[in-house]
Design a protein around this ligand. Sequence first.
Ligand code: NAD
Ligand code: UGA
Length: 461
Amino acid sequence: MKINNICCIGAGYVGGPTMSIIAQKNPDIKVNVVDMNADKISAWNSKDLDNLPVYEPGLSKVVKEARGRNLFFSDDVNKHIYDAEMIFISVNTPTKISGEGKGYAADLKYVEACAKQIAEVSKTDKIIVEKSTVPVRTSEKIKQILRLNNSDVDFQILSNPEFLAEGTAMRDLEIPDRVLIGGDKTKQGKKAIESLVKIYSSWVPKENILTTNLWSSELSKLTANAFLAQRISSINSLSELCEETGADIEEVSKAIGMDSRIGSSFLKTSVGFGGSCFQKDILNLVYIARSSGLVKVADYWEQILLINKHQRDRFSNKIVECVKNNDLHQNILLLGWAFKKDTNDSRESAAIYVANNLLNNKIRIDIYDPKVNKDQVDFDLSYLNENYDKSMVKFIEDPVSNIFNYNLIAIMTEWDEFKEYDWQYIYSKIKKPAYIFDGRNILNFEKIKKIGFNYIGIGRK
Ligand code: NAD
Ligand code: UGA
């Protein structure tokens, strides 16, 4: 079946970029991205393409090309559900904060609300695509909700998890390693799969489009994230061992990664992974394993999160110690707030946890990030700690011209501009003693030490 009208519910970090690319590559398909957040929709419709709700290199160009042609953003959710032949559910699936599975299980209330709304509004047959990351067998639940609330039309359910990484989303969407589509093996199910394959094959080679059953697709997404995070925790755990033994984690990482069976990706040590997904998806995996009675499996995967927290704690504790030992309380700058470079997303960023630890130790901080604003910083810190005192944090626009105020700079995000700073000049201006805590190991530490800074990286001396 040829699809002419798509609706995507959820105009967030996945819905926005994914649908922009689908619309760009399929100019004959009308793509409506809807969201219940009217402010977000008006930002997607804004003339100012530099201030879309999602910052991704290359996104504004694609939006400029397709928006108003066959790509539309709207808060009229019902209308576009009604009109669509295929509906993507791309809403958030955070960790539950109450009820059964609290602190671990994925909260499916937004996904379930979408299914109910689709059932109530639909008058024609539709293909429903799970784009959100969900626990295995969620498609079964969606089917039930749809059938219970509407038995007049046929709904086919597909699972099409998204593998893009923020900061490189447009490239990941343009040339994906694979597109995964799970569906029923029935005649109708196969037809639905074919319709979605057709949409992707307008730019993705057929051999990169993998079709599976629904549950394999759902579980593959969760476990792919767990594998990626597992590599980061592995290298981060070794960084501590390097600090004890005098080995250098950058050298160890390179040596390990050159083994073609291991590969070099995702072996970059850091102050800990952040982002909205790794933690919640692993918690969810742990919950699924534990509720299936697989205690050892659950414990194995949970360890990844324990190491991640440990890495953040030991990095921030080192800063606290340095501040206290040298009485540097007023003069601390955190460079970077986003959970990685090239995104304005700060969800679960390691910077939030490090800052919170400093604040709990009564250390005032200044913060700079090229894409995250002060309101977001306040939101993140007050969300983590209800006693957050705004007056302890100053958000600054231009770190370099203020640099003489500081004794200690901690690099939290690997933004390219931090590498390009004139550190020699900064050293000439900055208060002494001058410490750099490099949470991403992005600076040439030998050079930085030679300039005169006290340099503290991760897993190297
Ligand atoms: P997001 O929070 O950026 O966006 C979700 C949007 O859905 C929000 O704008 C919210 O207002 C909207 N929404 C929620 N319920 C709604 C409803 N009933 N009707 C209309 N709109 C509704 O989330 P995201 O980062 O885009 O993630 C979405 C899903 O994709 C999650 O399951 C996530 O795990 C998964 N995922 C995210 C990424 C990523 O890089 N962020 C990558 C792959 C997969
Ligand atoms: C991750 C996955 O890479 C995507 O495939 C997946 O679609 C997505 O989660 C999701 O489901 O949300 P994302 O979190 O956007 O993407 O970004 P990553 O590049 O994976 O980085 C995650 C965190 O790990 C960042 O804080 C990053 O700095 C850190 N990281 C990454 C390291 O510390 N070391 C590395 O070697 C790689």
